[in-house]
Design a protein around this ligand. Sequence first.
Ligand code: C5P
Length: 287
Amino acid sequence: MKFKSYAKINLSLDVLRKREDGYHDLCMVMHSVNLYDDIDINFSDDGKISLSTNLSFLPCNNKNHAYMAADLFFKETGIENPGIKINIFKRIPVSAGLAGGSSNAAAVLRGLNEIFDTKLSKEQLAVIGKKIGADVPYCIYGGTMLAEGIGEILTPLPDLPECPVVLVKPDINISTPSVFKRIDVKSIKLHPDTKGIISSLKNNDLNGVCKRLYNVLEAPAEEVLAESGMSGVTGHIKSIMLDCGAIGTLMSGSGPTVYGIFSDENNAKCASEKLKKTYPSTLAIYQ
Ligand code: C5P
């Protein structure tokens, strides 16, 4: 059976405090975009979980979130694994701030719930998903959501009005913990206007959302990029997007992907063609 595993972007990301367990309490507005990996789940009769993907560098063992999801599903439900083969066709850039791995885990949980007719609710799947990663609960639901706590306290929001989005993943992988490690919550001077974003969503006001896009992880992620010799890359991508008419730009999650929101498809096409020359991993998404 085939399942779709959607990428997300952050319309905002705020870090509120560091918790005792090392995680951070966040307040973020997440939005699913029309970019997805294909997850194919079939039976085998060897009693094992086997995983394959179209990207040779990805682990296919219990380090992969999709594998972890399948393993946890059988442990939590008590169902004996008859043997399953999971194949993932990746389109979502990896280690990019787009929740690709978390989304794959969520799709495997939803998929196995359907295949084995376990009838777990989304809430129950989200509780299992949280054990895999902080973004997995959101990925169980998708759509436009306010995510609080470590990311698992979710409130549905009105969908972002349909708009073309251009995503650029610079050719470098950033580790999420390395970005969070640089955050000193007390020294964050600017916070996103989350309330303003929510009321703009309620008013179907794309411009209102776009002028408030803000991510407090962008500055520490840029420090990490600079240390890897990619100083100024975020600003460069944003300036090309804005020159082509983007109405808002932001880094998603802990980066390094930068996205631009457009109101016009031709502007998005122009930006994506220009950006592809320097950044091969540029994707234009028409919602
Ligand atoms: O849960 P996940 O594996 O996606 O998180 C990766 C890392 O990101 C964590 O180990 C932690 O360093 C950081 N993180 C955090 N606070 C969150 C989510 C993630 O500090 N709410």
